[in-house]
Design a protein. Structure first.
Length: 171
């Protein structure tokens, strides 16, 4: 089984996928790290040198290959992955998809502390961050909400969220 975690940056995909893969003894694949491994360029470097369209093509190729594998995998997707091509369709077709929902307030609080690692928001002031996230989230929710399961992550520990995912998938 492949379990795909989707959601906006800062919703906890990386952290929760790590806990989930340990609990289930599944292989962990972070799509962004996989793209870095294959191309020897960080995501910001790919965006800067080759542009977003090029990055989305690399992302799609990596996604297709991972989803075609027969392994037990917890797949942590990039925040934008579900939005491009028919990615959400193939994610749903080839894996169990879980949308990790978080409020704008939660996301703003988390992301304001990690701006230097996030090229998309690096130059946005803290006061403008909630508005940016709300607008962006509104555009992406249409895709995220196609996931088979939706879990609220606000004010919850990653362990509790991982436990709820396992509960939903296995019971």
């Amino acid at each position: 089984m492949i379990i795909s975690l989707v959601g906006y940056m800062g919703c906890g995909k990386s952290h929760i996928s790590k806990i989930l893969s340990e609990k289930l003894n599944f292989k962990l694949i972070d799509l962004d790290k996989e793209i870095f491994r294959r191309n020897k360029l960080t995501i910001p470097e790919i965006f800067e040198k080759k542009g977003e369209i090029y990055f989305r093509k690399l992302e799609r190729e990596a996604l297709e290959e991972i989803l075609a594998s027969e392994e037990n995998v917890v797949l942590s997707l990039g925040g934008g992955t579900p939005v491009y091509y028919n990615n959400m369709e193939i994610i749903n077709h080839n894996s169990k998809s879980i949308f990790l929902r978080a409020s704008v307030a939660t996301l703003s609080e988390r992301l304001s502390k990690q701006k230097e690692k996030r090229p998309l928001i690096a130059n946005i002031s803290d006061e403008n961050l909630p508005e940016f996230i709300a607008k962006h989230l509104f555009e992406r929710n249409e895709f995220y909400s196609k996931a088979q399961f939706s879990i609220n992550t606000d004010a919850r520990t990653p362990e509790a969220i991982a436990a709820e995912i396992i509960e939903k998938l296995y019971h």
